[in-house]
Write a protein that binds this ligand. Structure first.
Ligand code: AMP
Ligand code: ZN
Length: 468
């Protein structure tokens, strides 16, 4: 198998990937907190997981992957109480919309999607182990982790714990790096109506950080090869996961490689629900955006670079996808011509090695896309030249199929004609662009219609189109 390198946040280096569990590579990714629609920033983090999965498969690994669903935390409790619903009733539609978003973005299904509320016994088990190692104390009706007693605290986020105020505590799930304190593991019920579980350590509910440590144990029995999440989770969430899992099970390896994906920004600021500067997939689709273009936009930047979201970027993504798709369409059109016989087995594509090499370099998608566009250019050149043989067509199509096993934005169904409904939609978008005085867009759409052989006519009944 080729040498693959990932940037490991734990060491700060690109390291050769050598999985502990190589028969099935174990990957755990922090998933959504289900109290609202996911925004594009969340979806960027989930698309990174998809790129990782598709790349691992392309390298020849069999992944065994998990994304958790956080269906209990402070925000969920607050909102479910406000809406008068049980936690389960409240989270159900948000879990469903999360699954719908993944499907419409062509994100491959993972092997496991555990819910935090299904792992309460594993959480209690971890607390018992931590207690036996004297890492837990009780204060004001909650159980806290005594971080000064865990030697490795700070090794992932590189915080300096020397100035830490020992014995000061945090109840909330999220807090800043410059104020390191003991974090809550288990909260005994304080208010009427607060959800709680009856357990050996008393009735109560878990702190957020404990959930992931427990779900990893429930799914895998021990640790994982790769753990992913957005950079904002490095501290305190992942630091606390390490403290819990390594504190409770010191003889086991918890996580070998930590991979963190960067943020999606809007006007230079992190896209976040709390800031109100977010778009959901549904918002953009309602405005006429195509999910394939959104997928491409979010995938096309390297996962460790910040990405600023703009409508112009979305248009660029549209152009990029069209350029690749048009090339594939030309190949499909050629192959439907009489006398062309395609090969359907054992098609060799030695060029694919270069694509894999780029992904093996910490998922270098920019190098990968540069190769894609070189391939498009070279293929168009061959097609412009006239004759292309069946075997050559087969090789080109096979190479684009492999490219799409990573990109997931192309169609390989040859359509003789663009559907009427698709043309209606382009005409509608062009009129809207004109109305909004976006003449550049209107011109581009007119060119597209021209390419498709469509003539526009102004009639008494309004604008009409017909085929040339
Ligand atoms: P949440 O539902 O807020 O728990 O977040 C789910 C995932 O989305 C986590 O991995 C976060 O790090 C990630 N995330 C949140 N906001 C952004 C953003 N603006 N850009 C990229 N990832 C994000
Ligand atoms: Zn997590």
């Amino acid at each position: 198998m080729r040498e693959v390198r990932f940037h490991n946040s734990l060491t700060g280096n690109k390291e050769v990937f050598s999985p502990e569990f190589s028969d099935r590579v174990r990957v755990y990714s922090c998933g959504p907190t289900v109290y609202n629609f996911a925004h594009l920033g969340n979806l960027r983090a989930f698309l990174f997981v998809d790129l990782l999965r598709r790349s691992l498969i392309a390298f020849g690994y069999k992944p065994d992957m998990t994304m958790n669903i956080t269906d209990i935390d402070d925000k969920i409790i607050r909102e479910s109480i406000a809406s008068g619903k049980s936690i389960q009733e409240f989270t159900k539609p948000w879990i469903q919309s999360f699954q719908e978003d993944l499907a419409s973005l062509n994100i491959q299904k993972l092997e496991h999607y555990p819910r935090a509320t299904d792992s309460i016994p594993a959480m209690v088990e971890i607390i018992k182990h931590l207690k036996s190692r004297d890492l837990v104390y009780e204060k004001d009706g909650s159980l806290y982790y005594s971080i000064s007693k865990f030697k490795g605290y700070g090794k992932l986020s590189k915080i300096d714990v020397s100035g830490m105020k020992t014995g000061t505590r945090y109840d909330t799930d999220e807090y800043e790096k410059d104020d390191v304190r003991d974090f809550v593991l288990w909260k005994f019920p304080k208010q009427e109506g607060e959800p709680s579980w009856e357990t050996d350590i008393g009735s109560g509910r878990p702190g957020w950080h404990l959930e992931c440590s427990a779900m990893i144990r429930d799914v895998y029995g021990s640790g994982v090869d790769i753990h992913t999440g957005g950079v904002d989770l490095t501290f305190p969430h992942h630091e606390n996961e390490i403290a819990q899992s390594e504190g409770a099970y010191p003889n086991e390896s918890f996580v070998k490689y930590w991979l963190h994906s960067e943020h999606l920004l809007v006007n230079g600021e992190k896209m976040a629900k709390s800031k109100g500067n977010f778009f959901t997939l549904r918002d953009l689709v309602k405005e006429g955006a195509d999910v394939r273009h959104i997928r491409f936009l979010l995938l096309a930047a390297h996962y460790r670079s910040k990405l600023n979201f703009t409508k112009e970027r979305l248009e660029e993504a549209e152009q990029s996808v069209s350029r690749i798709q048009n090339c594939v369409n030309r190949l499909l059109e050629e192959s439907s011509k009489p006398g062309i016989i395609l090969e359907n087995s054992n098609i060799q594509t030695p060029e694919w090695d270069g694509f894999l090499d780029s992904l093996a370099d910490d998922l270098n998608i920019s190098k990968f896309l540069a190769l894609v566009f070189e391939t498009v250019k070279e293929t168009n050149h061959v097609l412009d030249g006239g004759s292309i043989s069946g075997p050559e067509l087969s090789k080109k199509l096979e190479l684009f199929r492999k490219i799409d096993s990573i990109l997931g934005v192309l169609s390989f169904e040859w359509k003789q004609e663009t559907l009427d409904s698709e043309i209606d939609e382009i005409v509608r978008q062009r009129q809207e662009a004109r109305k909004n005085k976006d003449f550049a867009k209107a011109d581009r759409l007119r060119d597209k219609l021209n390419e498709l052989g469509i003539i526009l006519e102004d009639t008494k009944e309004g604008l009409r189109w017909k085929r040339k």
